[in-house]
Design a protein around this ligand. Structure first.
Ligand SMILES: [Zn+2]
Length: 436
């Protein structure tokens, strides 16, 4: 008799074994402690303290949002529909200077965590300010998070006097997350166009010295690449970062919409991942990242939503749908990318980008039990001919249960770690107090 803490049964389980998405029918998952202890047929010699039979459901690995700005949920719907440079420099940066403080970051992160867990996300890679505060909220949420403390050339809400507060917060963050199984620190230079050579080189040196990931926006717009060529001796942002040693440290390159063929060749040889943010790139009119080319060249590609000011949600299920369709549209080819490939970007791709594929990203014995059960008994999902194709019809609200490290954080579509009603009340109170 094999005994587990939890045994989950479902009609479809995407194990993503053998390095590719792989769906098993009528199988079950045994969880012991924080880990997956069994994946296979349901036989009479299996037992558990808790047994859940989801019936007509689909169990997938927890979704990994590899690029976002968590507290920016509070800027959802703020100055939409402006040209990108105006939106950033005339609206977002000044609003951040006026409003962003630890309390803003805490409540914005809690909204983000709740929204994302309810639509199947179990892990974030964040870039923002006051990351030790964000770490506290993510810890309580039960989710997994890589916390990227921003460094940038101009004064920021947590480094107003440019007196080194950013690196002090980084040191605090590294201490706060040391030995934590779900939280990790990152350093996040904002972008090549907002950071000097010295700022970028120092960030890369710091990442290597502390053995942490680096996260940076790269080649998001055609304007950014043209400015880089003009100001840095004809170099693209990727070529400039290469010269500064940034590509010699494991890094997340968010966007990569306007990377050249030569940039892609360089990235394929280095420990960096491209993070595809289709909805943000569409909404800001930035373009479509060459995901097909990057995948074919061997670049690690993961999926992200970007922040709520440019998306305007943190729904990774819908991001998979949009991500596939944007590739098909931009290449005028329905076979340019498959639904299964998008599932891979959102799970094992994210795990590889974050250098945690030995722990998460697949439903495999020995890995952490980070998984999502999706109810398929809904009219817009029926009938199910091909399981992966569900990403084209799912909305995200079909997520029934979510587990992180074997702990249930969502049950029947309700968070067990964040009190939704209380949070909405606190948000109303906060907004009236902060005056926005
Ligand atoms: Zn971003």
């Amino acid at each position: 008799m094999k005994t587990f803490d939890t045994l989950l049964k479902a009609q479809h389980i995407s194990t993503l074994q053998k390095g590719r998405p792989f769906v098993e029918k009528d199988t079950c998952i045994g969880i012991s402690g924080k880990e997956i202890a069994y994946v296979g047929p349901h036989t009479a010699d299996l037992s558990a303290k808790t047994v859940t039979d989801y019936g007509e459901a689909w169990i997938i690995p927890g979704l990994i949002n590899a690029h976002t700005h968590l507290p920016m949920t509070l800027f959802r719907g703020f100055s939409d529909d402006e040209p990108l440079q105006d939106w950033l420099t005339k609206h977002i940066f000044p609003a951040e200077a006026r409003l962003v403080n630890p309390e803003f970051c805490r409540i914005g992160t809690e909204i983000a965590a709740l929204e994302a867990m309810l639509s199947g996300t179990t892990c974030f890679a964040d870039m923002y300010y006051f990351e030790p505060d964000i770490a506290d909220v993510m810890d309580k949420s039960g989710m997994r998070a890589f916390l990227g403390e921003s460094v940038i050339d101009f004064p920021t809400p947590d480094n107003k006097k440019k007196d080194g507060s950013d690196y002090r917060l980084l040191e605090e963050l590294i201490e706060r997350t040391r030995g934590h199984s779900r939280l990790a620190a990152m350093i996040a230079p904002h972008a090549p166009y907002t950071c000097s050579d010295e700022t970028l080189r120092r960030a890369a040196d710091f990442a290597r010295a502390k053995n942490i990931l680096l996260s940076v926006h790269v080649s998001e717009t055609a304007f950014e690449v043209a400015e880089s060529r003009k100001n840095f001796g004809g170099k693209t942002p990727v070529e400039r970062l290469l010269g500064l040693g940034v590509l010699d440290t494991p890094a997340l390159f968010a966007h990569c919409v306007h990377v050249t063929d030569s940039d892609i060749e360089i990235m394929a040889q280095k420990p960096v991942a491209a993070i595809y943010n289709p909805e943000s790139n569409m909404k800001l009119g930035s373009g479509a990242a060459p995901v097909r080319k990057m995948l074919d060249a061997g670049v690690c590609v993961a999926l992200g939503t970007d922040g709520c000011a440019s998306n305007n949600d943190l729904n990774m299920i819908r991001e998979m749908d949009t991500g596939a369709k944007l590739q098909k549209l931009s290449l005028a080819d329905n076979s340019a990318i498959t639904a299964q490939e998008l599932i891979e970007l959102a799970t094992v791709g994210g795990a590889k980008a974050l250098q945690i594929s030995e722990r998460v990203g697949q439903l495999k014995v020995g890995l952490s039990a980070d998984l999502v059960a999706i109810d398929l008994r809904r009219p817009h999902l029926q009938p199910v001919h091909e399981v992966a194709s569900l990403i084209y019809s799912l909305q995200g609200n079909e997520v029934k249960d979510v587990f992180v490290e074997g702990r249930k954080v969502v049950e029947n579509g309700r968070s067990l770690t964040i009190d939704q009603e209380g949070l909405m009340d606190r948000l109303s109170f906060y907004r009236s107090k902060a005056g926005f």
